[in-house]
Design a protein. Structure first.
Length: 123
């Protein structure tokens, strides 16, 4: 049997509290999953971006050189390739940067684990 509240009112009620609790749960899950293996987050995202960049590059090469109307039909206006080139450069650069950040952060996590092991051994 619960005792009645003596003063004030509860701040743990309503749908907003459920949303806050859900966000807390997601943040704890995120920290537990990626604090020990950050390459899963950064490397996976980086490889996905680099892969999308490669697909866009293959499509651009097809449009530029292999498309049946590539520069031969005077009635078809030429497609500008510079925006696609910028997109490819952006995706590939971000992909490889994130992959590099993932590798460096994996080393930092490994050093942190070694320091924790040394501290536990010294205690």
């Amino acid at each position: 049997e619960l005792l009645p509240r003596r003063a004030g009112e509860s701040k743990f009620q309503g749908p907003v509290r459920i949303l806050v609790g859900l966000m807390d749960l997601i943040s704890v899950w995120f920290l537990l999953l990626f604090s020990r293996k950050p390459l899963l987050l950064f490397g996976g995202t980086g490889l996905a971006l680099a892969g999308i960049g490669a697909v866009v590059a293959i499509g651009t090469i097809y449009l530029r050189f292999l498309h049946p109307l590539a520069g031969f039909d005077p009635y078809v206006p030429p497609m500008g390739y510079r925006p696609l080139l910028y997109l490819i450069m952006l995706l590939e650069t971000l992909g490889f940067l994130l992959l590099g950040f993932g590798l460096v952060s994996e080393q930092v996590a490994q050093v942190r684990d070694e320091i924790e092991a040394i501290r536990k051994g010294a205690s």
